[in-house]
Design a protein around this ligand. Structure first.
Ligand code: PNS
Length: 158
């Protein structure tokens, strides 16, 4: 069975992330969306558990997708679960510069490969942090973030 992990902080999940999850799920038998971070530490807008719940709620139509979290080195998770592939979305050369050393380090540490999926042009400028800022000051991110996630952000900022 082919398994891939889509890791990230997902604070919160955007439609750009969702597009990558869906496309990954078409090519692998099983996709695990892995929310990284320490559940005991409060950093970011949403807790790890909240991030997982938000992802679960908007991926119920993807039967071969599961959501998990991990607070340690990514390669320790992939090795423990015998997972050989990580999947990341690439929006631009900025992402490439950020991702390349991590992909090389992860491969050196464990042999895990990183497959890059080019972001759909609709979501090329979408990031969790930008969407949070827009929502915080009352802006509209419809179409860029799932409606349920927009509602959750508004509640946090209220
Ligand atoms: O969505 P993000 O925040 O850009 O995701 C980065 C993430 C979470 C994939 C990266 O920070 C990570 O892999 N964290 C787990 C800890 C780890 O393994 N660090 C070494 C990476 S080479």
């Amino acid at each position: 069975m082919s398994i891939a992990v889509c890791p990230g902080s997902f604070d919160p999940v955007t439609n750009g992330h969702l597009d990558i999850f869906r496309r990954a799920a078409e090519h692998f038998d099983q996709v695990t969306v892995l929310v990284t971070g320490n559940p005991a530490k409060t950093s970011g807008l949403f807790s790890i558990e909240e991030r997982k719940e938000l992802i679960r709620a908007v991926t119920t139509d993807i039967p071969n997708l599961t959501v998990d979290h991990w607070g340690g080195l990514l390669v320790d998770y992939t090795t423990a679960h015998n997972i050989k592939v990580l999947i990341k979305g690439l929006r631009s050369s900025l992402d490439y510069d950020y991702e390349l050393p991590m992909a090389q380090m992860n491969r050196r540490l464990s042999g895990v490969e990183t497959f890059f999926v080019m972001t759909d042009e609709k979501f090329g400028y979408v990031s969790s942090s930008l969407c949070k800022e827009v929502v915080k000051y009352g802006g509209d991110v419809s179409g860029l973030v799932p409606e349920s996630v927009i509602a959750a952000m508004r509640e946090k900022f209220a």
